[in-house]
Design a protein around this ligand. Structure first.
Ligand code: BGC
Length: 696
């Protein structure tokens, strides 16, 4: 549709029709009893007219191209202008083919993997008629108590931003009009992951400086990559819920960043203003959110009546309504929905796309890159001919997908036991007769995700007791851990001969774990979140700010340590072992000084000093000093995956620009880097090899 035609359409809409474009309702409203004034319509208090002219429908696992085709037809017939609704769904790590959870994808430190996950998700989901995914999730996570860590690429703003941008490229493809693409929604803007004590939906209180330096950058990077929508968080910023926060939604998003996409609330957020005692009725709540810069209301149904009233009494102008409606119409136009409301989806394609072999192969590659080997006393890889006992809650479990599985199926997810049974190289036996025990254990997939906060993210008492029973057999125990967040496993990890953290590895997770344990593929994942030793250390992350006191216990009395334990994490951010070893040397900059005009190159020699081919993630960190603000001790700046044969070496180089090192002050004004900066290079955030540069 041309811009003129879009403008003419907008001009032609009644106030009710315009407001309906700003409302998202559940797809089930159509499915049950379509046409009858009972059931869902009554429950939601919506009229048939409102339903057929709603701007968007949300759906879950019930996305289906043929059902949507019928819905689109009904809308064409029953509504005056027949504007196709945007079909939105949470497709965050795959559709039918389920990839490792986003926190695991973060552990791959591989943007290509994230992009491929998104591309395949778009192929499968758009074939079912989904137009928009509520992904990527970009919350910077530093508190494992929060169940939603699993949805995020992890704790490093740079990693979250890079993975978010890669996902946007993958979902959207080159042109949203093309079949097989999906529009994207960055969430949850911003700071949700800092909810107090890791309790989901609990209030957040973070400084502006923290906002600008930690929580906002991943959003900026992802929006710059072409993200179409944004979802304000449930949580407040400066005591105002994000959806109603003008500073966040207008000053930053629209004015400072000049972003023109669609802002849609999270589920029922407009209605939550009543619970916060910030609004007394639908009009009040709608006006607060709308005036703050929110365009669409997800599942509060408040805009239908509230915004209408506000326009009628002059609180909201028609120009303001038109601007938001136009954004929604433009998105529909970008997707080509006016020409084809189903965006190329059809039942035959939907069937053909489901869990295709090449999609599952991609999910396997992703899982291989994202499992993290945390410990190995030399028992891995397993030897051919070994007698292996497989035990633990996850040994024969099909529940390896994690939460937020869009159309993933447990019954299409082979278990570890099934995958090992297919392998002739090992004999499966019981604990007594085994040479080695694989203890597969961790969280249940329903115990992670939204509203799954934990006071003590750890193994259960029963799981710990079972592990002790295994250990009593006197055989080496390899723990394979399944989790949607870092778990406190200090004791268990000390007792086991090896630990492989599999996160929730997806449809082909069991195959990936088997291949890694057997040494067919060398582990190469690195932690996307710090593993604390105990809950008392939380929040813990690699980019903690400097302190004015020493942080080592041997340094005297009034120092920044705990009386009853260490400051050090169990496993730091970026950490991950391989079956080979890598040596780093000759870290150097191409120049002594870095000024704003010319970037410099940082190089380091990396050698595979072991006996097996392997891949590692070379990570570059810096400590910014002598600037106007206190700086993190380490900030992740860049990373590269490098694959080397035994004995092979290579030079890895990174471009460092002055702008990349800037920080932001309380007002969001840039604080330029200046002075001597130390850069650290290696395989984790504890890397010691360094080189310094004078920044002018
Ligand atoms: C979640 C969002 C999600 C939305 C729609 C909310 O409860 O916070 O992340 O996109 O539901 O399913």
């Amino acid at each position: 549709m041309t811009n003129e035609a879009l403008a003419a359409l907008l001009h032609d809409l009644s106030l009710d029709e315009k407001i309906a474009q700003l409302c998202q309702i559940d797809m089930s409203t159509f499915l049950a009893d379509a046409g009858s004034p009972t059931g869902p319509m009554l429950e939601f208090n919506l009229t048939r007219e409102q339903i057929v002219s709603a701007g968007s429908l949300i759906c879950g696992a019930n996305a289906d191209a043929d059902k949507f085709a019928e819905i689109h037809e009904t809308i064409q017939k029953e509504s005056k202008h027949g504007i196709p609704p945007l079909i939105m769904s949470d497709v965050i790590h795959g559709m039918r083919t389920t990839f490792p959870i986003p926190l695991a994808l973060g552990s791959s430190f591989d943007e290509d993997t994230a992009e491929e996950m998104a591309r395949i998700s778009a192929l499968e989901a758009s074939a079912c008629g989904v137009h928009v995914t509520f992904s990527p999730m970009l919350d910077v996570c530093r508190d494992p108590r929060w169940g939603r860590c699993m949805e995020s690429p992890g704790e490093a703003p740079a990693l979250c931003g890079a993975m978010g941008a890669a996902m946007v490229r993958g979902y959207r493809g080159k042109d949203l009009k093309q079949k097989g693409t999906m529009a994207t929604c960055a969430k949850h803007y911003a700071g949700y992951s800092a909810c107090e004590a890791g309790r989901d939906y609990a209030p957040v209180d973070i400084s502006r400086t923290e906002m600008f330096n930690t929580y906002l950058p991943p959003f900026k990077e992802t929006l710059d990559a072409g993200c179409d929508l944004i979802m304000p968080a449930f949580t407040p910023v400066d005591r105002v819920p994000a959806a109603a926060n003008r500073w966040l939604m207008k000053d930053i998003l629209r004015e400072r960043w000049g972003w023109e996409g669609v802002a849609i609330t999270d589920w029922g957020s407009v209605g939550e203003l009543y619970l916060h005692h910030m609004a007394v009725d639908a009009k009040d709540a709608s006006v607060r959110c709308f005036k703050a810069g929110t365009d669409m209301d997800m599942m509060s149904f408040a805009f239908f009546s509230g915004l209408k009233e506000a326009v009628e009494d002059g609180t909201v102008s028609m120009e303001e309504i038109d601007a938001s409606v136009m954004r929604v119409l433009e998105l529909k136009n970008k997707l080509g929905l006016f020409e084809d409301p189903n965006h190329g989806a059809n039942g035959a394609d939907q069937m053909a796309m489901r869990g295709r072999k090449e999609h599952r192969d991609a999910a396997l590659r992703a899982a291989l890159k994202s499992c993290v080997l945390l410990k190995n006393d030399g028992v891995l890889p397993l030897n051919a001919g070994m007698k292996v006992a497989l035990a633990g809650s996850h040994a024969d479990s099909h529940r390896l997908l994690g939460a937020w599985q869009a159309d993933g199926r447990d019954d299409e997810t082979p278990s570890l036991l099934e995958r090992f049974s297919e392998d002739q190289r090992v004999t499966l036996t019981d604990v007594e007769n085994a040479d080695i025990i694989i203890y597969a254990v961790g969280e249940d997939q329903d115990d992670v995700g939204e509203s799954a906060s934990k006071l003590n993210p750890a193994l259960t008492i029963e799981q710990k007791a079972e592990l002790d029973k295994m250990l009593a057999a006197g055989k080496p125990v390899v723990m394979v851990l399944f989790c949607g967040r870092p778990l406190m496993i200090e004791e268990e990890s000390a007792k086991c001969a090896a630990v492989l953290n599999a996160w929730f590895p997806g449809s082909e997770g069991a195959m990936a774990i088997k291949q890694l344990l057997m040494g067919d593929v060398n582990p190469s994942g690195h932690l996307s979140m710090t593993f604390p030793k105990c809950v008392g250390q939380i929040p813990i992350h690699h980019d903690q700010l400097s302190t004015g006191r020493p942080t080592e216990p041997e340094n005297g009395r009034f120092i920044s340590v705990y009386r009853d334990g260490s400051n050090k994490p169990l496993y730091p951010f970026g950490y991950g072992l391989s079956y080979t070893t890598f040596a780093f040397s000759k870290a150097a900059f191409s120049a002594d000084e870095l000024s704003s005009s010319a970037p410099v190159t940082f190089t380091v020699k990396v050698a595979n000093t072991g006996k097996m081919a392997g891949e590692t993630v070379v990570q570059l960190y810096y400590q910014g000093k002598r600037v106007e603000l206190m700086a993190p001790l380490r900030t992740l700046q860049a990373w590269k995956r490098v694959c080397l044969q035994p004995g092979e070496e290579t030079v890895v180089s990174f471009t460092v620009k002055k702008d990349d090192l800037r920080m932001w002050d309380y007002d969001g004004k840039p604080v330029e880097a200046a002075g001597v900066y130390d850069f650290f290079i290696g395989e984790s955030s504890m890397a010691e090899l360094s080189a310094s540069i004078l920044i002018k």
